[in-house]
Design a protein around this ligand. Structure first.
Ligand code: DGL
Length: 269
């Protein structure tokens, strides 16, 4: 029997998922959270589907050893690479990233939506499927941005290298005349202003983190599993490799005091 006081686990290949944790903490401050970032094995986005699925199975097995009532996959790459059976057989429900497509299409006039993501997310083409499902007239343009995550993990959010990469990747979406663009990688909200600046003010930039947090809240509410505590919950953070750099980054992403970061070797599970 799952316990309402158990933790909501939130995980990503690195620090990017903290942009989702931030939204979760805002809408459910009384929940207990466990964040895991597989910083030793990032990036996942350029790996094969088999590798991504096997690393994720190890993370799920680690979470099974913890008191977890829900696992939130705060990573688009993992969400859109897993097969339905990969999420079966665990003692907690599992929820992935929202595509953000509903919000993007709600704000789009010309029904042309851009999606920037990792190579693995682009390979899955799940955003095209989701666009067509919501509106058969929608045109969805995918763009892989493999240079973004390694730069962001180094704490680089601006400057010539990042700007050059952004111009290179966004050119195809500008040419496609999209009027909405989804940040389909949880690292990208850190460069939202840069992306918005290049795309111009007529283009709505959608960060699906908020919708994902709402999905998680809805799932827990539907099962009567929300924590009824009156005081703020506890936060644990674990990385597979803890460095001064990623501690600093975590602080920057979350913008709140951090607990001591634990080390968890996910590959051992
Ligand atoms: N943050 C992950 C995502 O949302 C990608 C990072 C990676 O390539 O490992 O897709």
């Amino acid at each position: 029997m799952l316990d309402k006081n158990a933790m909501i686990a939130v995980f990503d290949s690195g620090v990017g998922g903290l942009t989702v944790l931030k939204e979760l903490l805002e809408i459910m401050p009384n929940e207990n959270f466990l964040y895991f970032g597989d910083t030793a094995r990032i990036p996942y986005g350029s790996r094969t589907s088999e590798e991504i699925r096997s690393f994720t199975a190890q993370i799920f097995r680690f979470l099974t050893t913890q008191k977890v009532k829900l696992a939130v996959i705060a990573c688009n790459t993992i969400t859109f690479t897993l097969l339905p059976q990969d999420k079966e057989g665990y003692p907690y429900p599992i929820i992935g990233m929202n595509t953000g497509m509903k919000v993007a299409l709600a704000g789009s006039i010309n029904r042309r939506v851009g999606v920037i993501a990792t190579e693995a997310t682009v390979r899955s083409a799940k955003h095209v499927e989701s666009g067509k499902e919501i509106d058969p007239q929608a045109e969805v343009y995918l763009q892989a941005c493999p240079k973004f995550v390694p730069l962001i993990e180094q704490g680089i959010f601006s400057g010539p290298e990042m700007e050059e990469a952004a111009h290179e990747y966004l050119a195809s979406l500008q040419k496609a005349d999209v009027d909405a663009t989804i940040l389909a990688c949880t690292h990208y909200p850190m460069i939202k202003d840069l992306v918005g600046g290049i795309m111009g003010e007529k283009v709505t930039i959608v960060n699906p983190a908020y919708e994902t947090a709402l999905d998680a809240q809805r799932l827990l509410a539907g099962r009567d599993m929300l924590n009824s505590a009156k005081e703020p919950g506890k936060l644990r953070i674990a990385f597979s490799s803890v460095t001064d750099e990623n501690k600093k980054l975590a602080q920057h992403f979350l913008q709140r005091p951090l607990p001591e970061i634990e080390t968890v070797d996910a590959s051992a599970y």
